[in-house]
Design a protein around this ligand. Structure first.
Ligand code: MG
Length: 290
């Protein structure tokens, strides 16, 4: 209703409730300026917050941004960053409602996203019940594969490898699938930010259930397969343990007819923890398990 320019913005909340999520990204830890442009960092910082809002079953409406920047940061980098925020928000019809900038030794980016539930109940992590199916939509493994390519310093000289690196620089979360899943009756949902196994483990823990996954049900996308071939790595490790792609993972009652964009990869049973090939994934993750 009232955007940047005054002391505070004013937002409408047609639903009477507001969904809110915030994240902080720090240079060197979450992004590198030599690996990602300001524009990519802006898209990514906005995406990971908008995705958290979508994972509640809500439609993102706006973000506000707090920035810490070093004195020697090129102004063009800051402009690109801002363009990244605006463009990523535009993909979901959201806006940048305001922000603040202050001096800092490193680039520090705090993004807060707000969203609208449209009359629906929020989809939490604790609603998964035995008998429900586990499904995923969106990309898995791209960001991890792209990061591994950059770290190895190998030539990125094919369309598939370029797509993996682009996936590291800028995620493509399936935002619209969040509210859709809520409408379909999803019982639990979250976005995959730390790695599928770890994140689905949060659902198992919150709901007091066990999740059994079938690794053969996961698709290894061409960019992920190509990067694994290039580096002699296991692509399934990136698919199951790689974070930052912001796919949506959800559980649904068995009678829900899922659109083709959702892939059923497991089921919820009585118990605890996450099982793959009938064995429990421990703290040390997929690699150790293999
Ligand atoms: Mg999340």
């Amino acid at each position: 209703m009232l955007g940047p320019g005054d002391d505070a913005a004013v937002l409408s909340a047609p639903d009477g409730r507001v969904v809110v999520s915030t994240d902080v990204l720090i240079e060197g830890r979450h992004f590198r300026r030599d690996w990602s442009s300001g524009y990519d960092v802006g898209r990514k910082a906005a995406a990971q917050n908008l995705s958290d809002v979508a994972a509640m079953g809500a439609t993102p409406t706006s973000i506000v941004v707090g920035l810490g920047i070093p004195a020697d940061l090129p102004l063009t980098w800051l402009d690109e960053l801002t363009d990244g925020f605006v463009d990523e928000c535009a993909t979901v019809g959201a806006s940048v409602a305001g922000g603040d900038v202050t001096r800092c030794d490193l680039v520090v980016i705090g993004v807060t996203a707000l969203g609208d539930l449209g009359g629906r109940a929020p989809v939490t992590r604790s609603g998964a019940r035995p008998g429900h199916v586990v499904a995923v939509t969106g990309r898995l493994g791209y960001a991890a594969a792209g990061w591994a390519l950059l770290e190895a310093g190998v030539p990125v000289d094919s369309p598939a490898l370029r797509e993996a690196v682009a996936g590291h620089r800028r995620p493509c979360p399936p935002y619209a699938m969040g509210p859709l899943a809520a409408e379909l009756g999803a019982s639990a949902m979250l976005d995959v930010s730390d790695g599928f196994l770890q994140d689905v483990g949060h659902i198992a823990e919150a709901a007091g259930v066990r999740v059994e996954l079938d690794p053969r049900a996961f698709t290894v996308a061409e960019p992920v397969a190509a990067a694994a071939k290039e580096l002699g790595a296991d692509p399934l490790e990136w698919v199951l343990s790689g974070g930052e792609d912001h796919a949506l993972a959800a559980t649904f009652p068995p009678d829900v007819r899922l659109p083709a964009s959702w892939q059923v990869v497991g089921r919820v049973v009585e118990g605890e923890g996450v099982l793959v090939y009938g064995r429990e994934i421990g703290r040390r993750g997929w690699d150790h398990f293999r």
